[in-house]
Design a protein around this ligand. Sequence first.
Ligand code: ADP
Length: 265
Amino acid sequence: IEANFSAIQEDDGPINGLITVLHDVTEKEKIEGERREFVANVSHELRTPLTTMKSYLEALADGAMTDEEIAPHFLNVTQKETDRMIRLVNDLLQLSKIDSKDYRLDMQWVELGAFVHSIVERFEMIVKDKNIYFHRHIVKQPTYAKLDADKLTQVLDNIISNAIKYSPSGGNVTVTLLHQGNKARISIADEGMGIPPESQERIFERFYRVDKARARNVGGTGLGLAIAREYVQAHDGEIWVHSEYNEGTTIYVTLPYSTFKGGKV
Ligand code: ADP
């Protein structure tokens, strides 16, 4: 609490009162604290790949460059780190646009069944040699939603890439679309290591990771689910997680829908 005192006094007369104005500074401090933490996180996230790149480049300069076996491997590491930094900066720019409401949703009617099919199909092509099996359960009835297809593609991409990243070899990833009351519900279930209960609420926070080292190893930025949550909420939808530690994780996304194009959602 911040307090300002002013005396009530006419000219040089006696002081006959005091006005006290109390400000609640806790909210202000909280926002300031969050901002500081965010900047610290960003700096740290950028410093880590930069430090790695620096040491690999130094090793290359110190002679590794002429070693035909080591050189390609070292170059590969620096390329991977550069890619991750680009992803990180792109994600940050997106979040900054979201925060300043500097974006527009390009809403179009989309049939969600076909939409989900096409996204899963694309992933099936990508993971061919990764030993992950996709399954789809798509409701038979038409499911029309008015949405920004690019943004929602990104939401599902982020969730499905996580399912793949955190899946064991030979794991199943099941994508389901069904009708639940007046909402269409998409779920992505994997058989990965799961998320401990105390972390489940937090995975949608910016930069929150259950296991930082592991998440970085698999190339994550820690922002994928934060972006997903922003976009889902911008579509009047909800997103949540259900996970059993060591058994698997399911991410749910609900959206308003209609059984016909142009219907009330
Ligand atoms: P990242 O880029 O690190 O994957 P996300 O925002 O996409 O960032 O996810 C945040 C964290 O949530 C991850 O680092 C991971 O710890 C956890 N997580 C997300 N999806 C899964 C999943 N399917 N299985 C296990 N853990 C997950």
